[in-house]
Every structure is written in structure tokens, then in C-alpha cells.
Design a protein around this ligand. Structure first.
Ligand SMILES: Nc1nc2c(c(=O)[nH]1)N[C@H]1C(S)=C(S)[C@@H](COP(=O)(O)O)O[C@H]1N2
Ligand SMILES: [Mo]
Length: 533
């Protein structure tokens, strides 16, 4: 019995008793090299298949709704950075574990690397936009990491065991010579550095080779057949700290599930309208641009925007009415929904009537007088006044399926959010800024209010639970946009609570009842606590 055990042990790879931190480093250096090799390969052969991003994307899709909601609530538009940091931390821990296991319980370290490789390949090839080479970056990453882990772990093994015919039997089995250690540090350091350099190089190459960035820059959109008047001067109160009535594109919030921004060239873009229609319609980029395009101002809001939050913006859009394209396709009488789909598989369910009534529901190609930025849907997205983005504002849109709510469900409806998402009446205090020290005296309170496609008729402000006072409204660009408001205030020293509430064009006042963003948008009155010195 004991001999049997001994012989079994003999057949196993020799165990290293190198200090644990060195085994961790062996794992981290190997994974770093693998990630670098994978990112660089992806940049060169299959940009949509970066192992890091495809695994991240798969996690986004698989993550429970509460995790996504929490991420958006905690990090807002920085949710992607937070996710990347989270993945990096988990990867570091797993890498250290792989290094330790390979040294102490070989081949379990290799098994972890293989699992990484397999997850990367699966995540890459199951993407909606996967190309034929999608599997390559993860395979390259796993091979690079595996080979390096093999090399580094061998260096950590006792010399006598690693090389059965060792020529220096005097050397203790448990203490590799300093020469071995030096070689290990050299290799591990080199692999870590190479991995970091390759990762940076890969993302730089990727950023500069985005096929569409130069195309976008060279693009001039046609002039609008129906231009919109510039906002009246009275629409912009020009108060410092107050959100400008037209949000500069660089400040426009961004929310989507895409870790890799789709790289969709206009020449490769087309939109297919199918499903419950009499006539399938396909339209190309050139055909779309040849149509009479219209300008409109529309405020977009994310359903995850909390009371007082900034996941909202207002832009000037250029596009073609979806109503006209649907008229060509002729939806059948029993259809009640359009399921729009983006190139990367996101879907939104929009009530058919919202796309066929007379509002400015458009296939947009321009944002604030420029082609859409990649992150905001280049080359074509939907913009629909009055609905939250998750049920209407599909970016990189390539398909409109005319269907029924009882037959199809969209991405977020499958994850517990409401199937329909009209934007709720809301108001926000921008000035004074939170955490801004305010000195006593004459000042101003200002903010924005919105009920897109309904319109805002009044905003009131209450200080320290006193009487509601009516603020003055700037001129609204239209009922489809937010409107600025302001009210003078004589700030007395001490702590104050400022609240605001809006009334819409129908005479309904914003509800005081607090509701979370899920499942169909936050409600309640914002309260700003401020101390005046
Ligand atoms: N393809 C795609 N389109 C999308 C999304 C997405 O995840 N993928 N998110 C939607 C959501 S939830 C919102 S709020 C808006 C945000 O648009 P913006 O990023 O241009 O502000 O885009 C919508 N369109
Ligand atoms: Mo959203």
C-alpha cells in the first residue's frame, strides 16, 4: 500500500516548494503575456474578438439584472470601466491561483488557463457580429499563457527534481540556486512587461484601425430637407452650472451593453424591415441619405436615471422618419410593436403607433450637426421622442421586425424591465451644485424639467418645507425637449433643503412618491441639502 502511494507520487510532476508569492507571480506573468498576445492578435485579425472584451460582453449579457442595475446605479456611464476593473481583479486572482496550482498541483494551473481559453473562444464565436477568425485571439492567448506558465513553473521546481540527472547533487532540493532565481525573475518580469506592452499596443492598433473612424471623419452629411430653427435665445438661461439646453456631444451620456463599440461601415450598413408586413423593405446607406432628411431636437433619457441624475441629454438630430419607411412596408392590421435590433444583437420593443404617429421618430444619421459618433450608434440609430432609450433608441440599428408584444420580447424586457417605457415627468436641480459651498445673499436656483412629447408647463420650488413658489421657465425648444428653469433665492446662513417639482402640459404634477428606476423609471421629488455659510 505504501509502495503504491510512493510510486503514484513519483509519477506526478515534482512539487515545488518555492515561496507562494513567486508561484502567484508565475501565474500573473503568464496570464499577462496571454492577455497581451490575445489583444494584439485580436487587433490584427478580429477586432470584435478581443478576449478581454468578449468575456466582459458575455458577462454583461449573462449577469443577473440586479447586478447590471446596480452597476449602472453605482457607476452610471462609468459602468464599463468599473466592469473592466472588476474583470481585471478577478483575472489577477485566478492567475495567481493558476500559478500556485501549477507549481503545487500540476496540471491544475494549466486547466485554469485552458478554461480561460475555452470561455474566450465560446464568447467570441457566439457573438452576433462574430467573423470566421473570431476564435483565434483566445486560442493564441491560451497558448501563450500556457507555454509561459510551463516555463516559469519548471524554473520554480527544485533543480534536482526538474532535471533528474542533475550535475550538482550538492545543491539542496528545496532551494534552487540563485542562478535559477535570477532566471525566473528575468523571465517572469519579461513576460509581465511584454504582456502589458502588447495589451497597450493591441488597444492602440485597434483604436487607430477602426475601419469607420476615418470614414466617419471624411463624411459630410447632406443638408436637411426640413431644417429645424435654431433654439431661441430665451431657451438658454446661460447660468453657470446649469446643463446647457443642447447637450454638447462630448458630454452626452452613453449607456449600452456593448463593450466593443460596433465598427459598422456605412457601405456595409442596411436596414431590413420585415415580419408582419405586406412588403419587406431593405434600405441601404446611399438610399437613406438620398431621402429628404429632417432635423429635430429630442431629449433622450435612460430608464436607469435616478431622481436628480444625469443619464439624460438633449441633442439636435438629423434623420428620416421611420413612419415613412413603415408606410412602404405596410404593417398588417394586427401588428402592435416594432422590435428593432442592432448589429450586436441588442433589441428594443417600440409600440408601432409611436413610430407611425406624427412625432419625430427617426432613423438618425446626424447628432449636433455631425455624423453620429461611434458610441452613439454610427452610422444609424433610432431616436424616438417620449420613450426611454431601452425601448426606442437602438444604436447601430440594422433590423426592424414588425411584430406583436405578445410574440416578441426585447433585451431588457427579458431582464425584468417594463415592455413599454414612456419617459416620466421629472425635474432636476442643477444650481446650486451639490457640495458647493454657498455664501449667504442673493443667488439663484436653477435646473431642468422634462416630459418628452408631453411638455412642461410649470416648475415649482420649495425651501425648507415652506410654500411652493413658481420658477420661471425658459422657452422650451419643443415639447420633445427638456426645458430650463430658474428662481431667485435669498440664501440665509444655515442648512437648507431645496425641492422641486414639475407640472406637465396636461396639468398633472410630478408625483411625490419615490420609485426606483426598475422596472419603468424613477419617480419622486429631488431634494438638495445645502449649507449656506
Ligand atoms: N445597440 C444598442 N442600442 C442601445 C442600447 C444598447 O445597449 N445597445 N442601449 C439603449 C439605452 S438603455 C439607452 S438609455 C440609449 C442611450 O443612448 P446614448 O448612449 O446615445 O445616450 O441607447 C439605447 N440604445
Ligand atoms: Mo437606458
Amino acid at each position: 500500500m505504501s509502495t503504491e502511494t510512493a510510486s503514484v507520487q513519483h509519477r506526478e510532476a515534482p512539487r515545488s516548494s518555492a515561496p507562494a508569492p513567486l508561484t502567484w507571480w508565475a501565474g500573473i506573468a503568464s496570464i499577462a503575456l496571454g492577455v497581451g498576445a490575445g489583444e494584439l492578435t485580436a487587433a490584427l485579425v478580429a477586432p470584435e474578438s478581443s478576449p478581454f472584451a468578449v468575456i466582459g460582453d458575455a458577462l454583461v449579457d449573462a449577469a443577473p439584472t440586479w447586478a447590471k442595475d446596480t452597476a449602472i446605479a453605482l457607476f452610471g456611464t462609468a459602468d464599463k470601466i468599473a466592469l473592466f476593473v472588476g474583470i481585471a481583479i478577478v483575472a489577477l486572482v485566478l492567475a495567481a491561483l493558476a500559478g500556485w496550482l501549477e507549481s503545487r498541483r500540476s496540471p491544475w494551473g494549466m486547466a485554469i488557463i485552458a478554461a480561460f481559453g475555452v470561455s474566450g473562444v465560446l464568447a467570441a464565436i457566439t457573438r452576433a457580429d462574430a467573423g470566421p477568425l473570431a476564435w483565434i485571439p483566445s486560442v493564441v492567448a491560451a497558448i501563450a499563457a500556457g507555454v509561459m506558465l510551463g516555463v516559469l513553473s519548471r524554473m520554480l521546481r527544485p533543480r534536482a527534481a526538474a532535471a533528474a540527472a542533475s550535475e550538482s547533487p550538492t545543491q539542496s532540493e528545496d532551494a534552487p540556486g540563485t542562478a535559477d532565481r535570477r532566471t525566473f525573475f528575468l523571465w517572469a518580469g519579461g513576460a509581465t512587461a511584454a504582456g502589458i506592452v502588447a495589451t497597450i499596443a493591441g488597444s492602440t492598433v485597434h483604436a487607430t484601425t477602426r475601419a469607420t473612424s476615418s470614414i466617419r471623419q471624411a463624411l459630410t452629411l447632406p443638408a436637411a430637407a426640413r431644417a429645424v430653427a435654431a433654439p431661441p435665445a430665451s431657451a438658454e438661461l446661460g447660468i453657470s452650472g446649469l446643463a446647457p439646453v443642447v447637450t454638447p456631444t462630448s458630454q452626452f451620456y452613453r449607456i449600452d451593453t456593448a463593450l466593443i463599440v460596433p465598427d459598422l461601415a456605412p457601405a456595409d450598413w442596411s436596414l431590413r424591415i420585415y415580419g408582419m408586413v405586406e412588403q419587406e423593405v431593405t434600405i441601404t446607406w446611399d438610399e437613406l441619405l438620398a431621402l429628404p432628411l429632417e432635423e429635430s431636437y429630442t431629449t433622450l433619457s435612460c430608464v436607469s436615471n435616478p431622481v436628480g441624475g444625469d443619464l439624460i441629454g438633449n441633442a439636435k438630430w438629423l434623420g428620416y422618419p421611420i413612419r415613412e419607411l413603415l408606410a412602404r412596408a405596410k404593417p398588417t392590421a394586427d401588428a402592435d410593436m416594432v422590435l428593432s435590433r442592432s448589429i450586436d444583437g441588442f433589441t428594443a420593443s417600440t409600440p408601432l403607433e409611436v413610430l407611425t404617429d406624427d412625432r419625430n421618430s427617426i432613423l438618425a444619421v446626424g447628432m449636433n450637426d455631425e455624423p453620429l459618433p461611434a458610441e452613439h450608434g454610427f452610422p444609424v440609430r433610432m431616436v424616438v421622442p417620449g420613450l426611454y432609450g431601452y425601448v426606442s433608441a437602438t444604436k447601430w440599428v440594422t433590423e426592424l421586425k414588425v411584430t406583436r408584444f405578445d410574440q416578441d420580447r426585447a433585451y431588457w424586457s427579458d431582464r425584468g424591465w417594463s415592455e413599454r417605457g414612456p419617459i416620466k415627468l421629472q425635474s432636476r436641480i442643477d444650481v446650486p451644485r451639490r457640495n458647493q459651498g454657498l455664501s449667504a445673499g442673493e443667488t439663484v436656483i436653477a435646473g431642468v424639467a422634462w416630459h418628452p412629447h408631453v411638455g412642461v408647463s410649470k416648475v415649482e420650488v420649495q425651501i425648507d418645507g415652506g410654500a411652493w413658489r413658481e420658477a420661471s421657465l425658459a422657452t422650451a425648444i419643443s415639447d420633445d425637449t427638456w426645458v430650463q428653469w430658474s428662481i431667485p433665492w435669498t440664501a440665509e446662513p444655515g442648512d437648507h433643503a431645496i425641492r422641486c417639482r414639475a407640472t406637465n402640459a396636461l396639468g398633472e404634477t410630478q408625483t411625490e412618491v419615490d420609485a426606483f428606476p426598475a422596472p419603468d423609471g424613477a419617480t419622486g421629488w429631488q431634494q438638495l441639502n445645502i449649507s449656506v455659510g
